[in-house]
Design a protein around this ligand. Structure first.
Ligand code: COM
Length: 495
């Protein structure tokens, strides 16, 4: 290891205390904003209260989410094929696989990720930073760290967000977890209730279910309301979770968490007022995040109703010279937004006018599937446009088993367990022939949605997609399916 992240760590030139910009927070936004600023020849200092750079992403949020998803996919397949083909019987009783050793492995890998980020920031990007100490913001031009005063022309706040825990009786019992303390888990739960069918709740619930916990997921709204997916895709996702024996309760609110010291049960209330108490030895809360704006409040910047620092598209707050980036500015709390916001703030400070556009972006969600989407849904397109053309797999009214979608990771499922191999569709404007949106449930398509987003913005047509060179078997079948209709003047759905 290159450094000890329990110790204070500095990498700055002590001969001066004057900066063009100080970033408070060394998460994704602070790190990328600082890097851009440095690359453009500016003088920056990044101050991070934790002992590492990269923020909550490598610490306890994104990376652990993806790590658990990977394990859930492996276990899902092992469970579907338990004791069949070349798959061994899953260990013990109902097949409960231990979680705590997975966390131990994660924590070892995390140290290495911190180390790489440190090396990259220091040795490759030449950033100036202070780690493991709080920044005391005196005013917009003055920050004190450990009694030492730093002066700056501009201040950028990237102080992130924290888990929002519903204010219900029992919320402080041991056994109540969110992403933020999940890595402290030191026992093997058997009965888990996940609160919130969110981007965090869905994958965590799928993980608990896949390791063999009796898993219930509740949400106060109909499932997947917040996600821009067509109903048939939502049904496919939810049916997949039911088929894997998860107990799903939508339109159901959390009333209380019960127990004496430790969680023993959870009481929920349905929309019709009926209540139910569910046995639980763990509650996992995935009900969103609250921006950490408190650090900036004394500066007089405007704070919104969600506790976020209000910014314009330049990342400027209501106080000149103070900018805010990333989760502290509210939703969407996404990696691309934090990193780009850092860059946009730096550009504007450097006098290069830049905007952050958060109106549309590619998005994803995990269950034991990777679910990705971009642009308009079919429903939205049909409401807005005269003529809409849709391609879809599997074929809706095909009388036999449609083995497509078919690509790496769904090959086995398609051949051995028809119907579990995913679903996808793409939506075109039937008039202009331009791609409007796409949705995918399966594996391996996520990367392509980054590029689809870009192509949609550029205005790509079905005829141009038909001219692309596919890498067969491709998880998204859009290219060949588009080619099957490309010659047609008046496009007829291929669903
Ligand atoms: C990624 C963190 S885990 S950062 O965006 O590279 O800083």
């Amino acid at each position: 290891m290159l450094y000890n992240y329990f110790e204070p760590m500095d990498n700055y030139d002590p001969s001066t205390n004057e900066y063009d910009v100080i970033f408070v927070g060394g998460g994704a936004g602070g790190r990328f904003g600082s890097t851009y600023f440095k690359a453009m020849g500016g003088k920056q200092l990044t101050i991070e209260k934790d002992g590492h750079l990269g923020g909550k992403c490598p610490k306890n949020a994104c990376v652990i989410h993806h790590y658990l998803f990977d394990i859930a996919v492996e276990l899902d397949l092992a469970r579907i094929l338990d004791d069949k083909k070349w798959y061994p019987k899953l260990p013990t009783g109902k097949g409960k696989v231990e979680i705590v050793p997975m966390i131990e492995d994660y924590l070892k890998g995390r140290d290495e990720a911190y180390d790489v980020m440190y090396y990259q920031s220091k040795s490759q990007l030449n950033l100036e930073f202070i780690l493991n100490r709080e920044a005391e913001i005196v005013d917009k031009n003055t920050v004190i760290v450990d009694g030492k005063t730093f002066k700056t022309k501009n201040l950028v706040i990237g102080s992130g967000s924290r888990a929002a825990i519903p204010n219900v009786p029992g919320k402080d019992l041991s056994g109540v977890y969110s992403y933020a303390n999940f890595l402290e888990l030191d026992y093997e739960p058997k009965n888990v209730v996940v609160v919130g069918a969110s981007k965090t709740g869905m994958p965590w619930a799928s993980f608990f279910n896949a390791v063999g916990c009796n898993t219930t997921m509740i949400d106060m709204n109909p499932f997947l309301t917040a996600f821009n997916l067509d109903d048939e895709i939502k049904e496919y996702i939810i049916d997949g979770m039911k088929l894997r024996d998860m107990n799903l309760m939508e339109n159901t609110a959390l009333s209380s968490i019960n127990g004496n010291g430790h969680v023993e049960s959870v009481t929920v209330e349905r929309k019709d007022g009926s209540k139910e108490t569910i046995k639980a030895d763990m509650v996992f809360v995935g009900t969103g995040c609250i921006p950490n704006s408190e650090i900036a409040a004394p500066l007089g910047v405007e704070i919104g109703g969600g506790n976020e620092i209000v910014v314009d598209s330049h990342m400027k707050t209501s106080v000149p010279g103070i900018y805010a980036i990333g989760d502290v500015t509210g939703g969407p709390m996404e990696m691309w937004k934090a990193r780009k916001a850092g860059m946009v703030a730096s550009k504007n400070i450097l006098g290069m006018e830049a905007d952050l556009d958060i109106t549309s972006f590619p998005d994803f969600l995990h269950t034991t599937y990777e679910i990705t989407w971009v642009g308009m849904t079919e429903k939205e397109a049909r409401e807005k446009l005269e003529k809409v053309f849709v391609i879809r797999m599997p074929i809706k009214d095909y009388p036999g088993h449609c083995p497509i979608p078919l690509a790496e990771r769904t090959m086995l499922l398609s051949h051995i367990h028809p119907g579990l191999n995913g679903m996808q569709k793409a939506i075109y404007d039937g008039e202009t022939r331009m791609l409007l949106g796409a949705q995918h449930v399966g594996y391996g398509a996520k990367d392509s949605f980054q590029y689809l987003d870009h192509l949609i913005r550029k205005g790509i047509t079905i005829d141009e997609i038909a001219n692309m060179n596919e890498l067969f078997l491709n998880p998204t079948h859009y290219i060949q399916l588009s080619r099957l209709r490309a010659g047609m003047k008046s496009l007829v759905d291929l669903t």
